[in-house]
Design a protein around this ligand. Sequence first.
Ligand code: ZN
Length: 151
Amino acid sequence: MPMEPLTQWWCDACGELIENRQEGAVEYRFDRQAPKESCHQSFRIVHNGNAGDRGRPDGLQGCIEKGTDKRGFGEAPLTDLMDERGILRMIGWKSTEATWDETFRRISVPYFEEARRLFERAAADGDEIIPEKLSTPTLKAIIAKYADADR
Ligand SMILES: [Zn+2]
């Protein structure tokens, strides 16, 4: 089934679909010892507490990694990361770490999330995957060409 762009994501923790923005969050680690340009690290998109306990044995809700010890973690709900708010928030967390770029694309470029799972297959087929050139028409073409084999 096609994904709803900028509304649904694959959870980086459990691998299941985040059905809507209300059930997801961007989570990251914060390392005070690291240089400023890379102190925000390990960005990922995960289920938040609105998605229930997800079968966690620790009794916590969602797939957010931080538990009772909140030091060293940060997060924001996906509902707060759309449009200009999302751009400003992500720039505030700017990091040289690769997960920052990838997460920014996932929350701001329509069809990126659905297409990214197909990049490996597309590359194996000879299609060039250049992150800077993955505009919506290109991403839709990748989905049209490769998604059926994935379903
Ligand atoms: Zn999850």
